[in-house]
Design a protein around this ligand. Structure first.
Ligand code: FAD
Length: 300
């Protein structure tokens, strides 16, 4: 056995996390505790969401700064353009970079509550593609020797509501790659095949950047319904029924489903997994423990 002879461990799959700014003081205390645990697991990065219309711009920046100053994790800033002018977006990018955060997830953003896709304030917003270009420009304007940073973009294995076809989604993702995106993170989905076939089609069409599958271990029936609406596909009937049978709250079933899904994805070639934490550490760390991705990991 080559591993035993050389003493080198096989490469472990990697992982990253998503958190969102807390909405109250008590939630902020709990989040501080959660991110300490998440950071101790040694993720590739922890991403911080951004509210439509810049609604939580300051809270988002505070959390990024907290991660930078009080954890060992690399912070990655989600940034959206909806409802904001090019000048405000440019200032926000520089504000985040001035805070020492250089990694971005460039997004168009969802329409703010009450506004439809056709509203000029939404339809007239910069696209994610233009935001990738703005981040690249902002990096070029910075003095040399600052951290380089990477730009991520969103990908939709089951299609974005605005796209007419998978080919349309893939073409758009490749345009984001050409504009400078270095990796993509997917919208939530339930079945490995949805991700694997999307990646395979995208690669055949010329995509070279890695696509990280986004996974969320759900705890409740309500969360399962929310994931189904984001995924654009119904939840697996068995999972839905089992959670209902346990009174609508079953965190261990969410962990079990995510572990199975992650195993299939990693076996199918996914470069790493991106876990939506819902600002809790217990479930996502249970997933990683089951997958033997935590160090030190008890040998079983
Ligand atoms: P874009 O890439 O600009 O466009 C979305 C889709 O529209 C494309 O996939 C394509 O199908 C179609 N499209 C648009 N323009 C064209 C074109 N010219 N040609 C062809 N097709 C086109 N939202 C938030 O508000 N805050 C967050 O922090 C946040 N985090 C997210 C994290 C991840 C991993 C994901 C997947 C989504 C996140 N979202 C967030 C939601 C996201 O903002 C919405 O899904 C939004 O509707 C689309 O954003 P986008 O960056 O994918 O947009």
């Amino acid at each position: 056995n080559a591993v035993l002879l050389t003493g080198s461990a096989p490469t472990r799959a990697r992982f990253s996390f998503e958190v969102f700014p807390a909405r109250s003081g008590a939630a902020a205390l709990a989040l501080g505790h959660a991110v300490q645990h998440l950071s101790a697991a040694d993720p590739d990065f922890i991403s911080v969401t951004y509210g439509a219309n810049g609604s939580n711009r300051d809270a988002s920046l505070d959390l990024l700064t907290y991660l930078r100053d009080h954890t060992d994790a690399l912070p990655l800033a989600h940034l959206t353009t909806v409802g904001e002018s090019r000048e405000v977006v440019r200032e926000t990018i520089h504000g985040i970079m001035n805070a020492g955060v250089h990694d971005f997830l460039a997004l168009r953003g969802d329409p703010p509550r009450g506004l439809g896709e056709e509203d000029p304030r939404v339809a007239g917003s910069l696209s994610a593609l233009e935001l990738v270009e703005l981040v690249t420009e902002a990096r070029a304007e910075r003095p040399p020797l600052t951290s380089v940073g990477r730009t991520a973009v969103a990908a939709y294995p089951n299609g974005h509501p605005l796209s007419r076809s998978r080919a349309d989604d893939i073409e758009w993702l490749i345009a984001k790659q050409e504009a400078g995106a270095q990796f993509a993170i997917t919208q939530l989905f339930f079945r490995a095949e949805e991700y694997l076939s999307f990646v395979s089609d995208a690669q055949s069409a010329g995509l070279r950047i890695p696509i990280l599958p986004g996974l969320m271990p759900v705890s409740t029936s309500g969360q399962l319904r929310k994931v189904a609406s984001l995924a654009g596909r119904p939840a697996p009937a068995g999972l839905e029924r089992e959670i209902e049978e346990l009174g609508g709250y079953a965190p261990e079933l969410g962990v079990e489903h995510t572990v199975e899904l992650a195993r299939e994805l990693l076996a199918g070639g996914a470069p790493s997994i991106h876990l939506y934490t819902f600002n809790r550490h217990e479930q996502v760390l249970a997933v990683l423990r089951e997958l033997h991705l935590l160090t030190p990991d008890p040998v079983r």
